[in-house]
Ligand binder design. Structure first.
Ligand code: ATP
Ligand code: MG
Ligand code: MG
Length: 548
């Protein structure tokens, strides 16, 4: 495989290593907020952070950014750990920003003592009103010049729970005239009488993102803290806190978040889809979550290869979901065994084949992996083929079944269509065919050349299976950029449930097993599957290969 050019973050890391920064050590972190399930955008960040560490002999911390007690939950923590491991990565430390609450409090006290933080009694509205605009400087709060002693006393009493929610905040004293709004005395702590999923009721003041994230990086001695582009304007504040506290100098680098066509990616929106029951849950196979994609039949390799291919950009863009589908096809083509399943049956009677008799045919499990051998497929007098594989009045160059035409049944015989039976409405009910006795696959001496090969099953031995056909969850390419509520663009036909007829080898399939249903696509046994009632999710269709 040819060596890919370094991306801009790898260039930075290599330059740091060359310069001997941090003695060549590389430590990254993946910092999810446990307020939802991970999605494909997170997978990109995971691949980037863990990939860098792997490449440069470093490590990656899994840090739960759990500083907002209201939206977080241990259910999410567990799912995140499961998903990161499933993607194929191991963290060196499992950490929680909430474990740093005491240390962060001490940092805040340190800044107060240095005259760089103050307690503000203004309301949120008053603070906003004095903030100014990007073109107009802000105005100093009347509480900005409180003495260190008074600030220390008030901050301690904030912690003790003496003040009501919203009545006071701790702010950094930076610069109310800065052109960067994030430097206009940003909030560091707010009062919140909320139960935290880990610290319980121990705290009633919680640090803001900007005062928690960089300090957590520094506490862990993270060398390269990688986040998405919207944090660029936060970087000066990230650096300011580290400089004023004189702590380990982690550095922040930004890359473009992943956006995919026909989906939404924000956890807030995904949570709405779940809560309002537009989908069956976070792991609905239509969701762009890792758990949904796993249930849909995506493999970790396909997701990693996708993330690798799209690379890291410095500009937002919208990636075609078709690229993701390409990578899962590519991976499953190598791994998935082939089976025959008819989704929309049309009965075929082989009039010259004896009733009650079964002939065993052998079909290869995976032409890409000859070592997987072959399986038995029963051939009988009554068969099913796909209704769309028959046409009574076909156009030219139609190589499937039609009156008087011949096709090969995969791994079995060449058949000739002799007669078409119809009901009172004129709809075709069955077709009568004859098979060419010396044309069996692998021992064909008929000399007949046919252009079409069809998949089929024995009508008398097929197993009915539930099949869930998924389509895109949204009707438009970029639902988030359209006018109005993104939910108006939900595709109401994104799930169709049908009964298919599977060859007997699919009886007893275990959940999670993936197959290529010949000519139909890749399908994965759902978690709702049981050995006597298989349920399959369509992962992705094949490209049109019917003539193959
Ligand atoms: P969302 O906007 O979906 O809620 P978030 O950024 O709030 O996402 P976090 O749990 O804070 O979610 O994200 C953890 C890490 O994953 C962060 O470093 C974040 O930058 C990264 N991340 C989140 N969404 C994407 C995305 N679409 N593309 C790339 N990285 C992402
Ligand atoms: Mg978020
Ligand atoms: Mg976040």
């Amino acid at each position: 495989k040819e060596e890919k050019a370094l991306n801009f973050i790898e260039e930075i890391v290599e330059e740091d290593i060359r310069a001997g920064k941090h003695a060549g050590r590389v430590l990254t972190r993946f910092p999810p907020e446990p307020n939802g399930y991970l999605h494909i955008g997170h997978a990109k960040s995971i691949c980037l952070n863990f990939g860098l560490a792997n490449r440069y002999g470093g490590g990656t911390n899994l840090r739960f950014d759990d500083t907002n007690p209201v939206t977080e939950d241990t259910e999410y923590v567990e799912s995140i750990k499961y998903d990161v491991r499933w993607l194929g990565f191991n963290w060196v430390n499992e950490l929680y920003a909430s474990d740093y609450f005491e240390q962060l409090y001490a940092f805040a006290v340190d800044l107060i003592k240095k005259g760089l933080a103050y307690v503000d009694d203004s309301t949120a509205e008053e603070i906003a009103a004095l903030k100014g605009t990007p073109t107009e400087p802000g105005t100093n709060s009347p509480y900005r010049n409180r003495s260190v002693e008074e600030n220390l006393d008030l901050f301690e009493r904030m912690r003790r729970g003496e003040f009501a929610e919203g009545s006071r905040v701790l702010r950094a004293k930076v610069d109310m005239a800065s052109p960067n709004m994030h430097l206009r005395d940003p909030l560091m702590y707010r009062i919140k009488f909320a139960h935290h999923h880990r610290t319980g009721d121990a705290w009633c003041i919680y640090p803001m993102y900007d005062f928690a994230h960089g300090q957590s990086d520094s506490i862990e001695t993270i060398t390269h803290s990688i986040c998405t582009l919207e944090f660029i304007p936060h970087r000066p504040l990230y650096d300011w806190f580290i400089e004023k506290l004189d702590i380990f100098p982690s550095r922040q680098y930004e890359f473009a978040r992943l956006n995919l066509t026909y989906t939404v990616m924000s956890k807030r929106k995904l949570l709405q889809l779940v809560n309002e029951k537009h989908v069956s849950g976070w792991n609905d196979p239509r969701m762009p979550t890792i758990s949904g994609m796993r249930r849909r039949g995506y493999t970790p390799e396909s997701i990693r290869n996708f993330c690798d291919r799209i690379g890291v950009a410095k500009r937002e863009n919208l990636i075609d979901v078709g690229l993701l589908e390409f990578f899962v096809r590519e991976d499953l083509n190598k791994k998935a065994q082939r089976r025959m399943v008819v989704l929309d049956p049309l009965k075929v009677v082989i009039t010259n084949f004896p009733e009650g008799q079964t002939e065993v045919c052998y079909s290869e499990n995976n032409p890409e992996e000859p070592a997987t051998g072959s399986r038995e497929v029963p051939f009988t007098r009554e068969l099913y083929i796909e209704r769309e594989d028959f046409m009574e009045n076909p156009p030219k160059k139609y190589f499937r079944l039609a009156p008087g035409q011949q096709v090969r049944l995969k791994s079995a015989y060449i058949i000739t269509c002799d007669e078409v039976l119809k009901d009172a409405n004129g709809d075709v009910t069955e077709v009568h065919c004859s098979y060419v006795e010396n044309s069996k696959s692998g021992q064909d001496t008929s000399g007949i050349n046919v252009k079409g090969t069809l998949h089929w099953v024995s009508a008398t031995q097929a197993v009915p299976v539930e099949i869930r056909l998924y389509d895109r969850l949204f009707k438009v390419e970029d639902p988030s950029s359209e006018e109005g509520d993104f939910k108006t663009y939900i595709n109401s036909d994104s799930l169709e449930v049908i009964t298919g007829y599977a060859e007997p080898a699919l009886q007893g399939t275990e959940p999670d097993e993936s197959f290529q249903f010949l000519r139909k696509g890749y399908f994965c046994a759902d978690i709702d599957s049981s050995p006597d009632k298989p349920v399959f999710n369509r992962t992705v269709t094949l490209r049109d290969t019917w003539a193959k």
